[in-house]
Design a protein around this ligand. Structure first.
Ligand SMILES: NC(=O)c1ccc[n+]([C@@H]2O[C@H](COP(=O)([O-])OP(=O)(O)OC[C@H]3O[C@@H](n4cnc5c(N)ncnc54)[C@H](O)[C@@H]3O)[C@@H](O)[C@H]2O)c1
Length: 280
């Protein structure tokens, strides 16, 4: 089951897992993309169920989860993938944008996990996958709300992992922290050192995530250089900031455009801002 699985890496992961024989459940808010994602899986001979579900709507999440359980039984693997980004300095973000980022990227995890974890606990089997980001490990400009939400996602996964371990529960967790990916969500971002910090290819990322899930890998960070951010934290803050700026982390988002035609709350806000600017 994949949230936000109608586009980007979510859609690709669904396709890969459907080919391996899994029944894919996709939740998304974008109805048009949901339909075409389902068609692609079906055309390739796969099994897919789609639900239009806004993961920020707690009660809708619980209701839709109930429908899923009635239709296919327990969910074995929950991939919390839906995510949005504002891409503005904190002081330029509207209250609604800040709220939406936290609601989708953080609170959405709580509601979906609350909906499906009890069955996993009862069956003593299951796998929770959280798509965080390299932005869940390192702060960057124009990403304050996104950084906060993805650090939270990282902590959520880590804490759940400890809970399951402490209680010897057979429930796996995998946290995914990729650098920028060429899905369009971060259209316009630049990398200063493409060899060290490449903009990742969406199909490669999707394949690596599926492989990580299959091998019960607890943590996947891409590319490897992002790991060094933890070592860099031993250094004085001024040195950490200098290295981070040198690597282009403070300029990567300067020409951020993001998704046009984004139906998420932040996408609608971007569209409204654009129209306001165009009309002077
Ligand atoms: N693209 C990148 O550079 C990048 C890098 C690191 C991490 N990530 C993370 O990977 C995940 C997938 O990103 P992507 O690039 O494939 O993005 P994407 O925009 O292609 O896909 C996100 C999907 O989430 C859906 N969605 C948004 N709000 C929703 C809501 N409230 N309820 C249900 N669905 C909702 C969207 O409609 C969309 O189909 C996100 O969590 C993102 O933060 C992306």
């Amino acid at each position: 089951m994949i949230t936000g699985g109608a586009s980007g890496i979510g859609k690709l992961m669904g396709q890969i897992m459907a080919k391996k024989g899994a029944t894919i459940i996709i939740w998304d808010i974008d109805e048009k993309k949901l339909k075409s994602a389902a068609k692609e899986i079906k055309d390739a001979g796969g099994n897919v169920i789609t639900n239009k579900c806004d993961i920020t709507d707690r009660k809708l999440v619980y209701r839709t989860a109930q429908k899923v359980k009635e239709k296919v039984g327990n969910v074995d693997i929950l991939i919390n993938n839906a995510g949005i980004v504002t891409g503005k300095p904190f002081w330029e973000c509207t209250d609604e944008e800040l709220q939406a980022t936290m609601d989708v990227n953080t609170m959405g995890l709580f509601w979906t996990v609350k909906a499906f974890l009890p069955d996993m606990i009862e069956a003593n089997s299951g796998h929770l996958v959280t798509i965080s980001s390299a932005a869940g490990m390192v702060g960057a400009t124009r990403l304050t709300d996104y950084n906060a939400s993805k650090f939270a996602a990282f902590g959520f996964d880590e804490s759940l992992r400890m809970e399951f371990r402490r209680r010897k529960m057979n429930i796996r967790t995998t946290i995914i922290c990729p650098y920028f990916i060429n899905t369009g969500m971060f259209k316009g971002v630049k990398t200063r050192f493409p060899r060290l910090l490449p903009i990742l290819e969406e199909d490669v990322v999707a394949r690596k995530i599926v492989k990580a899930i299959e091998s019960n890998k607890a943590r996947l960070i891409m590319p490897g250089l992002v790991y060094s951010s933890w070592i860099m934290r031993y250094l004085p803050v001024s040195v950490f900031d200098w290295i981070s700026s040198f690597l282009g982390v403070s300029t990567a988002m300067d020409d951020f455009i993001g998704r046009e035609n984004d139906v998420s709350p932040n996408g609608r806000q971007k569209l409204a801002d654009g129209k306001a600017q165009a009309s002077g």
